[in-house]
Design a protein around this ligand. Sequence first.
Ligand code: PLP
Length: 385
Amino acid sequence: MTTPEDFVRTLRGVVGDEPFVGLHVPDIAELEKQRVRECLDSTFVSSVGVFVTEFERGIADFTGAGHAIAVSNGTSALQVALELAGVGAGDDVIVPTLSFVATANAVSHAGAQPYFVDSDEETLGLSVDAVAEVLRAARSTPDGPVNAVTGRRIGAIVPMHTLGHPMRVAELVALAAEYDVPVVEDAAESLGSRVDGVHTGTSGRLGILSFNGNKILTTGGGGMILTDDDVLARRARHLTTTAKLPHRWEFEHDEVAYNYRMPNLNAALGVAQLERLPRFLADKRRLAARYQDAFADAADIEFLTEPAGTTSNYWLCAVRVSGGAARRDALLEATNDAGLQCRPFWNLLHAQAPYRRLPHAAVPVAEALHASVVCIPSSPALAAA
Ligand SMILES: *Cc1c(COP(=O)(O)O)cnc(C)c1O
C-alpha cells in the first residue's frame, strides 16, 4: 500500500522542492501588466471599454460559440443563463450533487430549487442515466415534465464538467430534447476542454464559463455566457446591463435587471490571459502526463485521466485512492503538512446547510467519489518544475 509518506514523495518528484506548492496559482506575466496598465491609462476601467468587446470576441472565437457575453462572475452568468432558459419560481433544476456550491446557488438566485442527482463514475460529471431515470418517472404536462418526487416542473438540466473533464453532454442534450427540457452547461472549470472538437459549454441552449482566480484563465473575477441563439444573446446583454435602452443621454430602463457587466479592467487581464491560454493548456497536459507516469505503478492510487474520446483542460489534476475517507484524509494531512496544497472534492451539495432539507435522488457514486478523490497541485507553471 502507498503510505502517506510515499504519496508526498511521489508528488514531490513531479512538482519539485519549493517549500509551498499551491493547488492552483494564477500565472500573471508582463503581458497582463501591460494590458491592465493600458486600461488604467485609458481611464475606461468600468463597464464601458474596448477590452470587454475584445475579450468577448476572443472567447467566442476560441470556443466556437455564436455569442459570448462577459459578466461579473460565473455564478451570475449561470443565474442569468437559467433565467433566459425560462427557469423561474416554482421550478426544479436538475443539478449534480457533486459540484461547487455556485451551481446550486445560481439555481436559487433564479428563484428555482435544485434537484440533486448522481454523478458518473467515468466522467465525474452528471450521470445521464440518473437524469434519464428522473425524466422517465416525470409526469408530462404542456409546460414540461413535472418531477414525480417534488411535484415541481423540471425547468432545466445543468451538467457540470468536473475538474475540466467533459461529461457526456451530447447524450444528455439528446435525452433532454426528448422531454423538451433546456440544458444549461456549467462549463466554469472547463475552458479548453472539447469533445470531437466541440467546446464544452456550447452544446446546450446556453453555457457559462468562470474566470475566478483559481480557474485556468483568470480576470480576477469574471464569467461568460455562451449561446448560439441571437435572441437569447441580445437578452443576456440587456439583462446584465440594467436593461438600459440605447439613447444618447436619457436613462430609460424597460425592466428590472442586473448590474452584472464585466468591468473593462478585468477584461484587460482576460485579453492577455487568453493570448497565453494555448500555452497553459499545453503545460497542463504535460503536468498531467508526468503525474500519470509517476502513479503508474501504484496499485491503490489512480490518476484521473480525461474520459475516452474527450480532450480535458486538466484544470485540476486529481487521484482516486482506495480505503475510504479515512485514507483520503491521511493523505490530505500529510501533503498539506509537507507544503503541498491538496484538497478533497467539495462536500456534496445535497448535504450542505442551505439544501439538506430538499428531496434528492440517490447519489451513491457521488458519495464514493467524494470519499476517495484528492486534488493535487495543478498550476501550469509546475510543468516546468
Ligand atoms: C468556479 C465555479 C463556478 C462559479 O464561478 P464564480 O466565477 O466563482 O462565480 C460555478 N460552477 C463551478 C462548477 C465552478 O467551479
